[in-house]
Write a protein that binds this ligand. Structure first.
Ligand code: BGP
Length: 469
């Protein structure tokens, strides 16, 4: 019998923009996504799950189904419609009410300050490539620490610095839709890590109460042929782009020699330079031991082949037509699907061992990590709604396999304290729309009614017993 520790927390995850809807309500400022979705996709952030109005329903369900924690993000542009300056009181009040409701229901809020939704005014001025926006972020963070300090015990600065840089400047599926600019990817990662370091330094220097950390998406990268030095190098370089660069910044407070060599190799093939200043490294160094926890978002692993010296080509599978994606980066390598591993309709390789390997890599390479929460994991699926529910056995199996990997990591010495399923209720997916569902609670996006799925009942029992079965 495999039982997770007594104090292990079972939660559900959400994000403001994907859940709230109400994009123009009560003085909210625009975000770059508003225009980008209108121009490039077949859906928008309206109505999403109308969490802005329906959060009491979701939190009541959460309590009923044994959910002890919820990841919530604050929409920066509800508080500062322009990113800085004038404060929107209605937006400020909304989060006070939401956090109150969480506590009323016994669901601990884990609050993220930035989950992909920089206010449009700042985004249009270069987002985090513009160093002035680093300061605007830090001021927004300070405001939230003061305003919500009594209600929030767990803070996260950023959700997924890695996919932000990738989406914005590598595969172009996030605004501003720039493709294949590797220098911008690394610069965005670096500047956001400075913003993170400055925010946690303020938090710790002022001895604010509660805990603070960061959430990184850590997809594991394997060589297609472990005996091929070219495939091994391709996996290492992919790992640097997605994982190692930001992990180094977080926990080493600098970039290791292997990381810098990899970045150099990638930029030699792709062009561009980085602006890394001595004062940047000072603040990274200053903050490296201040993270109370690391959030790991893990969905998939990838297998890499090298060398690849042709033109970079990345085709995103947005519709769930399996096999329609392609990924080749010049001077890095190519993703290879032909391995004996199942994948979702969106071409995400399902490999729980990758979560174990990623947790143990943090434990091994970054021993100052303190503790870990798995802040996102889950199965995106074209759910079939029948009998007022969804019989989502595939999702249950996916969660179970990943919890077993976490269990093994804990047995092997990792300090993992909780698991937040993505997502609590169905929300829309940034670049895949409303058809890709993840929730424990099915959402009818027309009526906004909620229906617990089979997985919700399974998860309730899990949360009560902590036994994985
Ligand atoms: C993570 C994001 C979430 C969520 C999830 C699922 O990268 O933090 O916001 O969207 O991935 O991804 P997708 O919606 O692309 O299926």
């Amino acid at each position: 019998m495999k039982r997770l520790p007594e104090d292990f927390i079972f939660g559900g995850a959400t994000a403001a923009y994907q859940a709230e809807g109400a994009t123009e309500t009560d003085g909210k400022g625009r975000v770059a996504w508003d225009t980008f979705l209108e121009d490039n996709y077949w859906y928008t952030a309206e109505p999403a799950s109308d969490f802005y109005h329906r959060y009491p329903v979701d939190l009541e369900l959460a309590e009923k189904f044994g959910i002890k924690g919820i990841r919530i993000s604050i929409a920066w542009s509800r508080i500062f419609p322009n990113g800085f300056g004038e404060v929107n009181q209605k937006g400020v009040d909304f989060y006070h009410d939401l956090f109150d409701e969480c506590h009323k229901r016994g669901v601990e809020p884990f609050v993220t300050l930035h989950h992909f939704d920089t206010p449009e005014v700042l985004h249009s001025q270069g987002d985090f490539l513009n160093r002035e926006n680093v300061e605007h972020f830090v001021n927004y963070a300070k405001f939230c620490f003061t305003e919500y300090g009594k209600q929030v015990n767990y803070w996260t600065t950023f959700n997924e610095i890695g996919p932000i840089g990738d989406g914005q400047y590598l595969n172009g599926k996030f605004p501003p839709g720039i493709k294949y600019d590797l220098a911008k990817v690394f610069q965005s990662h670096h500047n956001m890590m400075i913003a993170h370091a400055k925010a946690i330094a303020h938090f710790k220097d002022n001895k604010l109460s509660g805990e603070i950390g960061i959430v990184h998406a850590l997809p594991t990268k394997y060589p297609y042929d472990p005996n091929s030095p070219e495939d091994v190098r391709a996996a290492e370089l992919e790992d640097i782009i997605h994982n190692k660069f930001i992990l180094d910044a977080t926990y080493l407070g600098k970039y290791s020699e292997e990381t810098l060599n990899g970045v150099k190799e990638i930029l030699e093939a792709n062009g561009g330079e980085l602006d890394i200043r001595p004062e940047d490294l000072d603040i990274l160094h200053y903050a490296k031991d201040m993270n109370d926890f690391l959030g790991i978002n893990y969905y998939m692993s990838d297998w890499m082949r090298g060398p690849y010296n042709g033109n970079t080509t990345i085709t995103h599978n947005a519709t769930g037509e399996q096999g329609s994606s392609e990924y080749k980066i010049k001077g890095v390598g190519m993703r290879e699907f032909e391995v004996d591993v199942p994948r979702t309709e969106w071409d995400w390789m399902i490999y729980p061992q990758g979560l174990y390997d990623q947790i143990m890599r943090v434990v091994r390479d970054y021993p100052n990590y303190k503790k870990i929460y798995i802040t996102e994991n889950g199965l995106g699926y074209k759910d079939h709604f029948e009998d007022n529910t969804v019989y989502d056995d595939e999702r249950i199996d996916y969660i179970k396999q990943h919890l077993l990997a976490i269990y093994d990591a804990i047995q092997d010495g990792a300090d993992v304290r909780g698991y937040f399923l993505w997502s609590l209720m169905d929300v829309f997916s940034w670049s895949n729309g409303y058809e890709k569902r993840y929730g424990l609670f099915y959402v009818n996006f027309e009526t906004q009614e909620r229906f617990p799925k089979k997985s919700a009942y399974w998860y309730k029992k899990l949360s009560e017993t902590h036994i994985i079965e």
